[in-house]
Design a protein around this ligand. Structure first.
Ligand code: NAD
Length: 434
């Protein structure tokens, strides 16, 4: 693979000054604090925060979301050096520890204060792992009343996202909700209206947007129209052995269309759908889907689906997903082709290449010139960690999150609705607008 010119020209960790022109008051933990064996200072912290704004601002402009997002004033005034945000975690299941690993890394910005899970023993274990002062509850409403968190992260089965997020928003508490943020676009409209009325942050947990390789490739796309150009086509593949997820347990919520809001697409394919939107800088406008509905999936959940897409910029694409892939616990991949360059992630790193005007005509040359997007192994750059920091910074500063606001996430959820309807009816379905 070639050396990456983007990294050489423009480091992934952007310059401190970039915060200024975007009006962001980033702050670091205490200088000299020990992280992963290294002593860090303010600079390391602050530049990490700035990456998102550098990365997502151009995308936002194209989507017209900067204007909409900025028109919402959040409920906390900017403070020079606020104390760590007191966060509750609702759901102590499989993915909860991907979120909690952020707390010991950034103790001066975020603090876990309480965990709720109907399985109280799970809540207690997770709480105990995070400190003696973290309280555990079996009911999130008790947690709201007693722990009084300043923000909450919701990692529950999908059908509980809407009612539980609503309970928090009604109590005046901002929420970061795991993907898919809601079952349906109409639920998202509803939550968005509530969050807007109360000036609270509502953020969708599409964490792939915070991955360092994805951010890097987005920077490359935005750096010059000669790099990738306009998205023309994409092909995505998602293969999951759902038994690996459920441990072979029949009746698990993720198999049940009523609880998961769909099957392999809503639970797993959604990551690639959202990444195509991020990198392609366009929304989905129309889908046509065919599928199968095999056990152990039930209640209308698709076990596999093949979907044709049309996007608002005229791009077309496909997604093939199979939730019963016998030999593949989890694999998702895609290729995207723009007017000037290509991107691929197929059983390896996220890679990108541009033709710089020349079309690759020789078979023997088609694998030349691809660059690997650097994927940071620093735990502080982890996508879940960065997502939580961005959520906390948004809550504390009073500015909207740099991505995954309800407005930005709406097309992803509306696309899930449209695929489900197309699978049911066999028709081509227009993707709803906010
Ligand atoms: N971003 C990713 O890569 C990723 C990966 C896995 C899961 N997820 C998402 O995370 C969410 C949770 O998935 P998971 O794999 O952790 O599920 P899980 O089934 O392992 O955990 C869910 C937990 O919620 C608890 N629970 C159920 N009802 C509850 C209630 N009313 N109040 C409190 N707790 C309750 C359960 O006891 C369980 O411990 C889903 O939205 C899923 O799509 C995201």
């Amino acid at each position: 693979m070639r050396a990456d010119p983007l990294t050489a020209r423009r480091p992934l960790l952007a310059d401190h000054d970039q915060l200024g022109h975007l009006g962001i008051g980033a702050r670091g933990d205490e200088p000299g604090e020990q992280i992963g064996g290294a002593v860090k200072g303010h600079d390391q912290q602050d530049t990490r925060q700035s990456v998102f704004f550098d990365c997502f601002s151009a995308f936002d402009e194209r989507q017209g979301t900067i204007f909409r997002a900025e028109s919402r004033m959040m409920n906390r005034a900017t403070t020079a050096s606020p104390s760590p945000l007191r966060i509750a975690l609702i759901g102590a299941g499989g993915i909860s520890r991907a979120h909690t690993k952020a707390f010991p890394l950034f103790p001066n910005r975020i603090r876990l204060v309480a965990v709720a899970d109907t399985a109280l023993s799970a809540a207690r274990s997770l709480a105990a792992e995070n400190g003696a002062d973290v309280s555990a509850f079996a009911d999130h409403r008790e947690l709201i009343a007693e722990a009084r968190p300043e923000a909450a992260v919701i990692t529950l089965p999908h059908y509980l996202h809407y009612p539980v997020a609503k309970d928090f928003l009604e109590a005046g508490i901002p929420v970061l909700v795991e993907k898919p943020v809601t079952h349906t676009a109409s639920e998202l409209r509803d939550l968005n209206a509530l969050a807007s009325a109360k000036h609270l942050v509502l953020m969708a947990g599409q964490m792939r947007r915070f991955g360092s390789a994805a951010r890097h490739v987005k920077q490359w796309i935005d750096a010059s129209p000669e790099n990738f150009g306009e998205l023309r086509s994409f092909d995505a593949v998602v293969q999951v052995n759902v038994d690996a997820y459920t441990g072979g347990k029949t009746g698990h919520w993720i198999l049940d269309g009523l609880k998961a809001g769909g099957g392999v697409i809503a639970s797993f394919g959604i990551h690639r759908v959202d990444l195509v939107r991020m990198l392609g800088g366009a929304d989905f406008s129309e889908v046509t889907a065919i599928g199968r509905f095999d056990a152990p999936f039930l209640n209308g959940a698709e076990s596999q689906a093949s979907v044709l897409f049309r996007m608002s910029n005229g791009a077309t694409g496909t997604l093939h997903a199979n939730g019963r892939a016998p030999r593949t616990a989890y694999m998702d991949s895609f290729t995207l082709h723009g007017t000037h360059g290509s991107i691929m992630e197929v059983a390896g790193p996220l890679r990108y290449a541009t033709t710089t005007g020349a079309v690759t005509q020789q078979w023997g040359h088609q694998h030349e010139g691809w660059m690997d997007a650097p994927d940071s192994s620093d735990p502080r750059d982890d996508a879940f960690v960065q997502q939580l920091l961005e959520f906390a910074a948004s809550v504390q500063s009073g500015r909207p999150p740099s991505c995954n606001t309800p407005e930005m996430n709406f097309n992803t959820i509306a696309c899930m609705d449209a695929i489900a309807e197309s699978l049911r009816t066999g028709r081509t379905v227009n993707v709803a607008k906010l």
